[in-house]
Design a protein around this ligand. Structure first.
Ligand code: MRU
Length: 365
């Protein structure tokens, strides 16, 4: 594991913590422009998450964790109880930014529980703040550890010459670490000398595939081929895909997987063509409480569908006033999932049993 961490040198780090501010790579501008923005307040962090400066389930969770720290940096809090009030309000504000990725809520709950724990032991606001900063750093570090492990487990599934179909960007840009979840098995396989390549659907409407994954893979020297989202069935039919690996925004204990819109299409088609369909995600993406019907699927501005993001900014590709519907995630029923690659091993069918066992092992149930 350590040697992989040392050998894999991510070229793009989208989240940097500087003690009193977050530095975020603005993912709305990639791949055309590399611009970092500063988030110094909770409201800056909330805007950055809502407007997708920072995006991807684990990266949103990490940004939110540091957002909790900023709650105590930006105001002159006099007592621990005042600090707890500020943190409670911040948790509320940040939890309203995006509804689907569970890592956001997981991270906010973890930060708030840590604050309560610290508050029971100290009356110094400074100590509380330091403890929270350490917790946020830990969330960030644990994410990287988890991805290295996902990479090692996932790489064993891949063979020299394999072509992986993915979706969206579940790479280092989406997790903050530079390694990613769906991309980790690919990067590790290549470090092990397996010549693995990737097919990347553009992932309309926000074009995470075309703008982010293609860029990230190119920067890291991985051969990638961009296809239109509508070409997914055909590349499978032509036997151009050895396996599908996608990320996840939320995995339910019964095996339902919420991920970027279009993931369901890939899963059903992979099933039809007998191509293994894997989900790569840390256990922090598992939601042990909700049922599929409870999960809010985010719907974003219909203008995202009416426009395309280009080198010259957002341009309309249709009538400006046409009715448009923009759900940005979908859900894959468990029967389509071959396995879920986590840092604790690969959960195989029946998923409800293997996920349960896995969480029991982590002590999360
Ligand atoms: O809307 P986004 O870009 O935040 O959606 C991202 C995804 O759907 C990713 O696949 C998911 O968050 C996993 S990231 C490792």
């Amino acid at each position: 594991m350590e040697s992989i961490k040392q050998e894999f040198r991510p070229r793009v780090i989208p989240i940097k913590w500087q003690g009193d501010r977050l530095i975020l790579l603005d993912q709305r501008l990639l791949p055309f422009e590399t611009r970092y923005v500063e988030a110094k307040t909770v409201s800056d962090v909330a805007d950055a998450i809502r407007n997708m400066v920072v995006r991807g389930a684990p990266a949103i969770g990490i940004a939110a964790a540091f957002g909790m720290v900023l709650a105590l940096v930006e105001r002159d809090v006099k007592s621990v109880s005042e600090a707890l009030d500020a943190l409670k309000g911040t948790r509320e504000v940040l939890s309203r930014t995006r509804p689907t990725a569970v890592n956001l809520f997981w991270s906010l709950d973890r930060m708030y529980s840590r604050a309560l724990e610290l508050a029971s032991r100290t009356s110094h606001v400074g100590e509380l703040k330091e403890g929270l900063e350490e917790e946020a750093r830990k969330i960030f570090e644990e994410e990287l550890e988890a991805e290295v492990r996902i990479g090692v487990y996932g790489a064993e599934l891949l063979e020299d010459g394999d072509t992986i179909l993915t979706i969206c960007n579940a790479g280092g840009l989406a997790t903050g670490t530079g390694l990613g979840t769906a991309t980790a098995p690919i990067y590790v396989a290549r470090l092990l000398g397996k010549r693995v390549s990737v097919i990347v659907p553009e992932t309309r409407p926000w074009q995470q595939g075309a703008r982010l994954t293609v860029y990230e893979l190119a920067v890291n020297g991985v051969p990638a081929t961009l296809v239109a989202d509508t070409a997914v069935g055909f590349v499978m039919y032509r036997r151009m895909v050895s396996a599908v690996i996608v990320g996840a925004d939320r995995i339910l204990l019964d095996g339902h997987v919420f991920n970027k819109i279009g993931t369901l299409n890939e899963a059903v088609l992979a099933h039809e063509f007998a191509i293994p369909f894997y989900v790569a995600a840390p256990t922090s993406t598992i939601d042990a409480r909700s049922r599929a019907a409870d999960v809010v699927v985010e719907e974003r501005d219909p203008d995202e569908v009416r426009t395309a993001m280009t080198e010259r900014g957002r341009l309309y590709v249709t009538l400006r006033d046409v009715a448009a519907y923009n759900p940005v995630f979908d859900v894959v029923p468990p029967k389509y999932v071959t396995g879920i690659i986590t840092e604790r091993g690969i959960a195989l069918q029946p998923l409800h049993r293997s996920l349960q066992r896995l969480l029991e092992r982590v002590g999360a149930l």
